[in-house]
Design a binder for this molecule. Structure first.
Ligand code: NAD
Length: 250
């Protein structure tokens, strides 16, 4: 293991790996010696994007499918024989305030952003317990701590992610499984692209971050690498903002 390889031989499951933060994290983890089991929806070119990586395997499915947790975990176990890291990253955002939030929007956002995270984690944990250690990184948002305009279901879901992570961190620490919430700020990805089309919205977030720019998926991937690596052995239950300082700038 070279000094540069922080995840040599570790097996990582990453959901939502075909785009944005999940994709950047998958590439960084692979560069650091991990074997990666990557999950995304069927229409996202996941397979072709990771075809050339020897240590990547892909599974195309909707994480809200009833049998998705079992297929993901069985798939990773079959190919790699163990699981060290789970990054619950897949997520969706729908711009709608309370009155515009239909039951369908609410149910879908909760199903993707929260319920799947709970169900996949529950399926993974017995395998981490068997290994005597594990790392779970749940992707929340700066909206895990604060409210934002027109993000009723999304903001609620991201607060739930923080609560779920804390509950898991308390219960799973005894098995040397750490659980943290990675909380990105304004990051340029497929998910945020429709919002950043509004020049005022874009300028607001550029100005709000004291570092004076929007984030890139690679900024968040580096924080995920820290949480997944031995450098974070004693870090659990943390809500880790990666936002250029935006959220503390009033
Ligand atoms: P993205 O749209 O670029 O990537 C999300 C990926 O998740 C996509 O590839 C999508 O196909 C996949 N996905 C969505 N629903 C799925 C499902 N049901 N089954 C399987 N895969 C599914 O967005 P991103 O910005 O990289 O988002 C990653 C995470 O970061 C999300 O949880 C998001 O809420 C969070 N986040 C993003 C920002 C931002 O500014 N981009 C800010 C805070 C939090």
């Amino acid at each position: 293991m070279t000094e540069a390889q922080k995840l040599a031989g570790k097996v990582a499951i990453i959901t939502g790996a075909a785009s944005g933060i999940g994709r950047a994290t998958a590439i960084l983890f692979l560069q650091h010696g991990a074997r990666a089991f990557l999950v995304d929806l069927p229409d996202q070119s996941l397979v072709s994007q990771f075809h050339d990586y020897d240590h990547a395997r892909t599974l195309e499915l909707d994480i809200t499918d009833a049998d998705a947790p079992r297929r993901i975990v069985d798939g990773a176990m079959e190919v790699f024989g163990g699981i060290d890291i789970l990054m619950n990253n897949a997520g969706i955002a729908v711009g709608a305030d309370l009155e515009a939030t239909t039951d369908e929007i609410w149910d879908r956002v909760m199903a993707v952003n929260v319920t799947s995270m709970f169900r996949i984690s529950r399926e993974v944990v017995p395998h981490m317990r068997q290994r005597g250690r594990g790392r779970i990184i749940n992707v929340g948002s700066i909206m895990s701590d604060v409210g934002g305009p027109g993000l009723c279901a999304y903001g609620t879901s991201k607060h739930a992610v923080a609560g779920l992570s804390k509950a898991m961190a308390v219960d799973l620490g005894q098995y040397q499984i750490t659980v943290n919430t990675l909380q990105p700020g304004a990051i340029v990805t497929g998910l945020s692209a429709p919002f950043f089309k509004d020049p005022e919205f874009r300028a607001y977030w550029e100005d709000k971050a004291p570092v004076g720019r929007l984030g890139q998926p690679e900024d968040v991937a580096k924080a995920a690498l820290f949480l997944a690596s031995a450098d974070a052995d004693f870090v659990s239950g943390l809500g880790f903002n990666v936002d250029g300082g935006a959220i503390i700038n009033f």
